[in-house]
Design a binder for this molecule. Sequence first.
Ligand code: FDA
Length: 491
Amino acid sequence: IETIDAPIIIIGSGYGGAVSALRLCEAGKKVVLLEMGLNWEKAGIPFSNLLKPGKSSAWLKKKSIAPFMNLFSLTPFTGILDRLEFEHLNIWVGRGVGGGSLVNGGMAVTPKESYFKEIFPNLDAEKFFNHYFPLVREELKVNVIDEQFLKECPYYKFTRVGEAEAHKAGFKTMRVPNVYDFKYMEKEYLNEVPRSALNTEVIYGNNHGKNSLDKTYLKKAMETGNLEILDLHCVNHIKLNDDKSYTLNVQQINTSGKVVAEKIFNCKKLILSAGTMGTLQLLLHSNAVNNLPVHEKVGKNWGNNGNFMTGRNWVKPLSGGTGSKQSTIPVGGIDNWDDKEHPFFTEIAPLPMGMDVATALYLLINRVDKKGEVGYDTINQKITLNWDESNTAKMRENAKYFIRKMNNANGGTRSHLLFNNGFGADICYHPLGGCVLGEATNEFGKLKDHENLYVLDGSLIPGTIGVNPFVTITAIAEYCIENLIRQNEFA
Ligand code: FDA
């Protein structure tokens, strides 16, 4: 067994891991980043689109795992999209160098200041809104679609129809910024460059146009010369040593998922950025097999960010439907957050199936009135989720209210085509919490009961942030790592 010593190790290359890597490398620290997924850029394998799922479409599965309409059999490969199955909830996550940024829709939404203050009463909201949020929007290359292009492009009919129908039903809409380069998209439309968003590429990866983390934070971190990324390295468990350093048990796999090497990594400083579910799995599993100390708040205050999918079908679309041509990049949302009875935000989502399916898709983001909890099953050696229909009851009520209002004003029915009863309560893209900032960790993400272990990812956010979460995850990570470096934690 090969043994490797490194001063600082980061596990996971999503938002939290990429921010930590860049700021530590800029501060002159040598960093090793372990990522279980593939480095797609280095491998040179193209991503597949929605209509033809291939190698990139699923993490070691025999069938594709899009939220709906999976007719495709696959040869297992270390693809970028994974689905974690719990009793009442399926959670989709990204795998690969870039983490969730490879699979997500790129919606770059800054939370509402009032809600941010409610969720993080101990943080300096002014500093976040004047400094960290603008900083991360710049680093992530956030931009906004040109209104004229939106008005004219046939691939955005779904957005125009969605907005017109929302207005008719009395809802307020908003423009949603994105990390997808809209100038590139305009050239795609003119056929001046290869198509990506206009060629049904998104959850299995974008070959062009999208500024995922490998093109932003991770690229900058690599350019310092201080970062080493080891892909296809899956951390199995962590051990705390007597001298307060850590030993990691790691399996290197090939693209078929076969273990090709067992490795031991030793480090003085360890940052967990494995994503909400990955970080909780590592902590609770290491506690079970290695007695890794785990504070009582680990696993608590977990939520689905109020994710609730729903859709509408038209028998005879009054609006002429959403069209067969659809960009994969959402640019519109409905903002009903100020409604005291039914507060929610919803994305006007594309459904690029290559044909007119006469269906409108919405991903609602609600408040999370009842939080869940993550535990551990010693027999299956896996995390468990204490979460059922009672946790989503209010979200369902909001979805019903929304669909009813939309249908009354515009015609249409609940989408039984996509979901059982028209509601997808069991679909989650935004798992958050379980290692909440200031609860399971200190005020900057250092895990309680530890001196050299830090958590920097979505698990710091207490289950809800009211909008799509990666801008907030990135900003919180910037804030934490800046302060940890200032406190000489990595000296
Ligand atoms: P993230 O999950 O990004 O990264 C964790 C990394 O750690 C992964 O690469 C994983 O492979 C790796 N890892 C885990 N365990 C490991 C182990 N044991 N060893 C080694 N590596 C390990 N958000 C948003 O704001 N706007 C949007 O439009 C969307 N859209 C969207 C669509 C879809 C389909 C999904 C699945 C998700 C979204 N999201 C989103 C959510 C967003 O992508 C998500 O919140 C962030 O990626 C979470 O960032 P983290 O840094 O927490 O971890």
